[in-house]
Write a protein that binds this ligand. Structure first.
Ligand SMILES: *Cc1c(COP(=O)(O)O)cnc(C)c1O
Length: 392
């Protein structure tokens, strides 16, 4: 089926909720996406930070196909092995105690908010349900997570919204301190705001917030949906900040390309989530969990060393390119601020023509390459970016 046919059919039958590129991806191998006409692209998007091991990684593929042939799904009224196996790995890697599995980042954040409110109601009674989030944050598209998202552009036309959310500017500790009153049960934040423009929070600010939360028994929820699972050079971005939150949410990179979300908590929080308090029909799916186990098992020390080496080479190289005003983010979560009035959307489209897939976030170019990249891939991406920027 040719490219135009696929696009026309999609345009007719799919809701137009995305601005899309006229590109049909038919298959992939490692770092390479291949379109319906056989053209190859170096993929520095991983979906949006999802394909942590690139396309068709052999360990992931084997785990997924073997599990699909055994049992593809059963209800959460029964046990399957992969989900507990994955939960144990996640607890070992994060130092947290318990996991709830859902199917997306938004669903993980919904679960985190429910956990925080449940803990608070059980411990302090009603009237302590406020969740503080940061301006420019992104936490998802469901009604509660949309409300938690501190960007008005997403809020138009979808109200009324659930109550008891408050927003404070990122980095402004005094504002957060003032908002954190006796009605507050949780603070939720991304350590590197992804959709908000790839902006890392200042460590001193994060420590101050963590101390305040600990002093007031306000639960700290870190949304690691995009930053988690190796993306920033550590398993969690929290490790870069030496931070030990009460709740961490994971999703994007965890499943290696299949849908999964996870709420990961301390025992203190999990103890309040008994039978009937939360659920998900698809949550903990054995095929997805088997794939996610393969993702985690692949991320050993040597793997993470390569992530950090490639990130360093990329950061250094990007700073030498023309029209680059600054580089932001952490590890392999990278924003590129352009100068001279260049538009990120135009540069993205030009890169695509030259065989390099990149993303944008606000007015920045955004790179979220698969974590399996090599120094050779970094060189190739930099060469294409240089060519595009030189002629822009
Ligand atoms: C993508 C993202 C979400 C939403 O994840 P979905 O799987 O699209 O629901 C939430 N939080 C952060 C930080 C994200 O980057």
């Amino acid at each position: 089926m040719n490219t135009q046919k696929v696009i026309d059919r999609d345009n007719k039958y799919i809701m137009h909720t995305y601005g899309r590129s006229p590109l049909v991806i038919e298959r992939g191998e490692g770092m390479t996406a291949i379109d319906a006409d056989g053209k190859r692209y170096l993929d520095f998007t991983s979906g949006i930070g999802v394909n942590a091991l690139g396309y068709a990684h052999p360990a992931w593929l084997q785990a997924v196909t073997e599990q699909a042939a055994k049992v593809q799904h059963t209800s959460n009224l029964y046990y399957t092995a992969p989900c507990g196996r994955l939960a144990r790995r996640i607890c070992h890697r994060t130092g947290l105690d318990r996991v709830f599995f859902g199917n997306s980042g938004a669903e993980a954040n919904e679960g985190a908010i429910k956990c925080a409110r449940k803990y608070s109601v059980d411990t302090y009674g009603e009237g302590r349900s406020k969740v503080i989030t940061l301006v420019n944050s992104f936490h998802g598209r469901t009604l509660a997570t949309l409300t938690a998202t501190g960007q008005d552009v997403f809020h138009h036309d979808f109200g009324p919204f659930p109550g008891e959310f408050a927003y404070v500017p990122a980095g402004d500790f005094a504002a957060l301190e003032a908002a954190a009153d006796e009605h507050t049960c949780a603070v939720m934040m991304e350590l590197v705001q992804g959709e908000g423009g790839v902006v890392a929070l200042d460590p001193d600010y994060v420590y101050a917030v963590a101390d305040l939360c600990a002093a007031k028994d306000i639960l700290l929820i870190v949304d690691e949906v995009q930053t988690g699972v190796g993306r920033t050079g550590k398993f969690l971005a929290c490790e870069n900040y030496h931070l030990h939150p009460d709740i961490v949410t994971l999703a994007k990179g965890l499943g290696g390309g299949l849908p999964i979300g996870a709420v990961v908590t301390t025992e203190k929080v999990a103890a309040h989530m008994g039978p009937g308090s939360h659920g998900s029909t698809f949550g903990g799916n054995p095929v997805v969990c088997a794939g996610a186990c393969a993702v985690l098992d692949t991320m050993d020390e040597e793997f993470m060393q390569n992530v950090n080496d490639c990130a360093a080479a990329l950061w250094t190289g990007l700073r030498t390119l023309p029209h680059v005003e600054g580089v932001s983010g952490l590890g392999l979560m990278i924003g590129i601020q352009l100068s001279d009035g260049l538009k990120a959307a135009d540069i993205r489209a030009a890169c695509e023509k030259q065989g390099l897939l990149v993303l944008t976030a606000k007015d920045r170019i955004r790179l979220l390459p698969p974590l399996i990249l090599t120094e050779q891939d970094v060189k190739q991406a930099l060469a294409i970016l240089r060519k595009v920027l030189e002629t822009a």
